[in-house]
Design a protein around this ligand. Structure first.
Ligand code: NDP
Length: 279
């Protein structure tokens, strides 16, 4: 089985590469944005014509949530047209697509974990373009798995955990938002879940949620990062209103994982255990 990973230099791409050597029965092609620009339709077609691919994991995305508010065209190009290009080329070449999406497709007004079937209502450009990317895939391809995830961190790339550790080495105290609630996701656990989906040979295509188990605020997440790393720093909880950002974020974005757990027999660790393992 040949698995193409797009956006391979990003955080999730690197996490997949990290576990690829444990997956002896699969051959991987890791394509960075310079190897394969998913917005270049001609290049994408050419790539698939010249490489045998069974599954494509699309981790490529425009992920700068705040910057997207001032760069909607660029975010649309990558998150919508890039996803559409891949869906069309996958259909043409009989390739199954595993595409990553986000909790930011929801507005956060719920008070119980979001199901895959709940109505999306993104608050900002990033979430809107990610939702439109999902819709483009659904419109052009039948054999897809769209996996929505949240609060991804790892030893790779830029993420909240690494930002916290850097800031702790520069400051005496930190103010962290405590009124946004979600679930942290270890990128390596997400990568393993994606490979479980692929290896299952399942034809139960559709949208799935994945994060680690349990809920946290950014404040809880930061406190746990410092506790496990034995970093001594004052951490103060603050409201979102005290930390204004260009993009609005959902207040509550916990995802219900029942569907992915029962369909693919995946066991999911608590976010605290996953964080401990990462550190
Ligand atoms: P990163 O930003 O770390 O990686 C994204 C990668 O996409 C980068 O390597 C980037 O390359 C690449 N890319 C950008 N434009 C193109 C293009 N036109 N063609 C090919 N590659 C391109 O993101 P993550 O790995 O953290 O995210 C993976 C997925 O998970 C994304 O779909 C994201 O929306 C989703 N997600 C992430 C969350 C998070 O907290 N990180 C939360 C929820 C969902 P380059 O750097 O060279 O531009």
């Amino acid at each position: 089985m040949v698995i193409l990973v797009t956006g391979a230099s990003g955080q999730l791409g690197q996490a997949i590469r990290h576990i690829a050597s444990d997956t002896a029965d699969c051959q991987f092609i890791f394509a960075s944005s310079t190897d394969l620009d998913i917005t270049n339709q001609e290049r994408v077609n050419h790539f698939f014509e010249n490489n045998r691919v069974d599954f494509c994991i699309n981790t490529a995305a425009y992920t700068a949530v705040d910057k997207a508010e001032s760069e909607p065209e660029k975010a649309t190009l990558i998150n919508v047209f890039g996803a559409k290009n891949l869906a069309i080329v996958c259909k043409k070449n009989n390739v199954k697509l595993v595409h990553i999406s986000t909790d930011f497709v929801f507005d956060g007004s719920s008070d119980k974990p979001y199901l895959e079937t709940d109505e999306p209502n993104p608050l900002g450009v990033y979430g809107k373009t990610k939702l439109e990317g999902e819709q483009a895939i659904i419109a052009h391809l039948e054999e897809y798995f769209i996996v929505r995830t949240s609060w991804v961190y790892s030893a790779f790339g830029n993420n909240f955990m690494k930002t916290m550790l850097r800031l702790a080495s520069e400051k005496d105290s930190l103010n962290i938002v405590s009124d946004q609630i979600g679930s942290p996701t270890n990128a390596v656990d997400l990568a393993k879940a994606l490979l479980s989906i692929i290896k299952s040979n399942s034809t139960q295509y559709g949208i799935y949620n994945f994060s680690n188990e349990g809920i946290a605020s950014w404040y809880d997440f930061a406190k746990e990062i410092f506790r496990i790393n034995k970093v001594s720093i004052a951490v103060n909880p603050i409201d979102t209103t005290a930390f204004p950002t260009p993009a609005k974020r959902p207040k509550y974005s916990v995802l219900d994982k029942t569907k992915i757990k029962t369909t693919f027999k995946i066991e999911i660790k608590s976010w605290q255990e996953a964080l401990q393992q990462t550190i």
